[in-house]
Write a protein that binds this ligand. Structure first.
Ligand SMILES: Cc1ncc(COP(=O)(O)O)c(C=O)c1O
Length: 429
């Protein structure tokens, strides 16, 4: 009889023969069962999943309420294909209308984050009759051809796919630790905003720009929190020039930052919002949201889907939102996140390897640097490997893969965060 480890290794070996290496897996764990913040490997090893299945299992893996809602819905209706209406999509839209920023009143449901981004830029072009799109470097918006044209978190994702969507202009994201203008926080007056103004002066007239799409907290590009005044200036400029502001909240939304949506931290309201990842606890679902005025002018047939807004995914999303509300999970994310930030900042003081710690709620980036502040990918690689060995799943981000992203489920208790940070500290030591 094969040992558990042999079975695990066999699955990995067979998978490597059957799947293209284009799709990269962060670990070689083969899961037997996942529950809450824990994942059990086929070899019997337990892990704390501080990746939340890529910021998606926001209320933990297989939450019983979501499992029950999905089971019930599965027995009633699995699929509609836009042939008939069903109540779970309406109930979800009503919940989203209640929790999304003011002015988001109608929705289009699809399956993935990239699909929501595609829908959002189509909507912006449709509504404005303009073609230009502003995006920010190094953002991530997905891998489909339209979304990829907006993504600039690494040239590797774009290599061999040109030409991409035309009329997309990239402005630097306000990444203060590595200021694109070479300033420091004391001398900064959000000068990077001038780059955006220059694009609108030299490259494309504002009257030709349909939308600006921004991650209110940068995800894959480095877990960066922008200065509030940058976000305010962006909102003002968009309003003044008739450019629709799209908040891509695929990663930062659904409670990740301790508020329903990250843009709430800056007091700005987007014209269009994109949601996915944590929305349905891992069931495939995404949404584009906007005002009734804009959405109702998107005429029949202008966009469509077969699987989008799947009834089971919608039921799972309703149960996810209900649980977050009932159990005060946003508050937990904010409180446990503050604790983690405090402890990591204290660790930064002691450790020569950590250059910056930043974040909101449970979206925290820890930037590893060498003595000269250059990115230190090697140390982080060692740290994440040791963490994994000691039962903590931690993944990296940023172009140089030198930023650890702490994105545990929002239900993580303080004691569990303590335990995870103990493992992290030991790995660093
Ligand atoms: C901000 C943001 N937008 C879009 C996407 C694309 O989502 P998906 O991988 O579901 O297509 C991601 C995925 O990480 C993301 O973080």
């Amino acid at each position: 009889m094969k040992t558990k480890t042999a079975v695990k290794n066999d699955v990995v070996k067979r998978a490597k023969r059957l799947f293209t290496p284009a799709l990269v897996f962060h670990t070689d764990i083969v899961v037997k069962k996942a529950s809450g913040i824990y994942v059990e490997g086929m070899d019997g090893k337990m892990y704390m999943d501080f990746s939340s299945g890529l910021a998606t299992a926001n209320i933990g893996h297989c939450p019983p309420e979501v499992v029950a809602a999905a089971k019930n819905q599965t027995e009633e209706l699995i699929h509609s294909g836009c042939i008939f209406r069903y109540s779970s999509e309406v109930e979800l839209a009503e919940r989203l209308k209640r929790i999304t920023p003011e002015g988001v009143e109608m929705f289009f449901f699809s399956n993935s984050g990239a699909e929501a981004v595609e829908g959002a830029i189509k909507l912006a072009r449709y509504e404005t009759g303009r073609q230009g799109i502003i995006a920010f470097t190094p953002s991530f918006h997905g891998r489909t051809m339209g979304a990829l044209a907006l993504t600039s978190s690494t040239a590797r994702y774009r290599k061999n796919y040109h030409p991409l969507l035309p009329s997309v202009y990239h402005s630097p994201y306000p990444y203060c630790y590595r200021c694109p203008m070479g300033k420091n926080r004391a001398s900064c007056s959000t000068d990077c905003f001038d780059s955006l103004r220059r694009i609108l002066k030299y490259q494309i007239d504002p009257t030709e720009v349909a939308c600006a799409i921004i991650e209110p907290v940068l995800g894959e590009g480095g877990y960066v929190v922008p200065p509030a005044d940058y976000m305010e200036k962006l909102r003002e400029l968009c309003t003044r020039e008739g450019i629709l502001l799209i908040a891509d909240e695929v990663q930062s939304g659904m409670g990740r930052t301790g508020k329903w949506f990250a843009c709430e931290h800056f007091g700005i309201t987007p014209d269009i919002i994109t949601l996915a990842k944590g929305i349905a606890s891992g069931f495939p679902l995404s949404a584009v949201g906007s005002s009734e005025r804009i959405m109702s002018r998107w005429s029949p047939g202008a966009h469509g889907t077969t699987f989008g807004g799947n009834p089971v995914s919608c039921a799972a999303a309703c149960a996810t939102i209900d649980k977050i509300e009932k159990e005060g999970i946003l508050k937990n994310a904010a409180t446990v996140g503050e604790y983690a930030l405090r402890r990591l900042k204290a660790l930064q003081e002691k450790s020569g390897s950590i250059g910056d710690v930043r974040g909101l709620g449970l979206m925290i980036g820890i930037e590893f640097v060498k003595n000269d502040c250059s990115p230190d990918r090697e140390t982080l690689k060692k740290v994440t490997k040791r963490c994994l060995r000691n039962g903590l799943i931690l993944i990296e981000c940023g172009i140089d893969k030198n930023i650890a992203r702490l994105m545990p489920p929002l239900i993580t208790k303080k004691q569990e965060m303590e335990r995870a940070l103990d493992i992290f500290e030991e790995a660093l030591g």
